[in-house]
Design a protein around this ligand. Structure first.
Ligand SMILES: CSCCC(=O)C(=O)COP(=O)(O)O
Ligand SMILES: [Zn+2]
Length: 249
């Protein structure tokens, strides 16, 4: 069959659906986790052992150990947990002193409250800078509008104002869990929570979406910091936007 664009299109056989492995969880989640940790390290998101990613696939949750260099995790370092109870099912046998990531209860917030398939925690410098901008200090939320990359976030358009809740940091990572859950309930549309002077938790229905969301947010934080330095207001629509009313500007 020829499609309107001249490309050959195939009709999908319902008995033998085309395998879209990345959507259907046929990739090895442990290899995905170790590979993404290396990529996130290169982006400056998970340096100095902090930050990370957790994946949920069916009954199982995959998570890195705490306090280790995330870019150097090997497959046999990865913990496997029960996605319902949170119980550790498999631990690294070769290193009995390793403990599961301190981010565990925060990753579980994303799995339980948003039905996420992946959650990313970054210590990205631009995310941390964004939590200290004057507009975020006052409101305990990060707002930004009229930037193309907002469209990379599920359910958002160019003219929308993206609002990410911002919670205060605590001495221990686990102590953030309650405030993060509260913020997620109050900001039902938000795909992420910022932690002041610490970083970002962002999630998606699978690791591809979580990675895209985190990349778009990181870009938007960077732009916000640059716009603020240039004396520009990233929270308001530009004067010349014909679709927006005076109240938006
Ligand atoms: C320098 S990392 C401080 C602790 C932290 O913020 C963090 O994200 C720790 O994560 P881990 O997976 O190493 O428990
Ligand atoms: Zn952290």
């Amino acid at each position: 069959m020829n499609g309107a664009n001249g490309y050959r299109t195939l009709k999908e056989d319902p008995e033998r659906p085309i395998q879209r492995d990345y959507e259907r969880g046929h990739e090895d989640p442990i290899s995905v986790l170790t590979g993404l940790c290396r990529e996130m390290y290169r982006l400056g998101w998970v340096t100095g052992t902090g930050g990370g990613i957790s994946l949920r696939q069916g009954r199982f949750v995959y998570m890195a150990p705490s306090g280790v260099q995330k870019e150097r995790i090997r497959p046999d370092d990865v913990f496997v947990l029960d996605s319902e109870s949170g119980e550790v099912l498999c631990r690294p046998e070769h290193a009995p002193t390793l403990r599961v990531s301190q981010c565990c209860p925060l990753f579980f917030n994303a799995f339980r409250l948003r039905d996420a398939g992946a959650c990313i925690h970054t210590h990205s410098p631009v995310a941390v800078m964004a939590t200290m901008l004057p507009a975020t200090e006052l409101e305990s939320e990060f707002r930004i509008t009229h930037l193309e990359m907002i469209k990379g976030l599920p359910g958002y358009g160019y003219h929308d104002t993206l609002v990410i809740p911002l919670i205060d940091n605590t001495a221990q990572e686990e102590e953030l869990a309650g405030a993060m859950a509260e913020a997620m309930k109050r900001y039902a549309r938000s795909p992420a929570v910022l932690v002041r002077r610490h970083g970002l938790y962002a999630w998606g229905r699978d690791y591809t979406e979580a990675k895209t969301v985190t990349e778009c947010l990181d870009y938007l934080f960077d732009i916000a910091v640059r716009m603020h330095s240039a004396g520009l207001d990233y929270t308001k629509a530009p004067q010349n936007c014909l679709q927006c009313s005076a109240a938006d500007r």
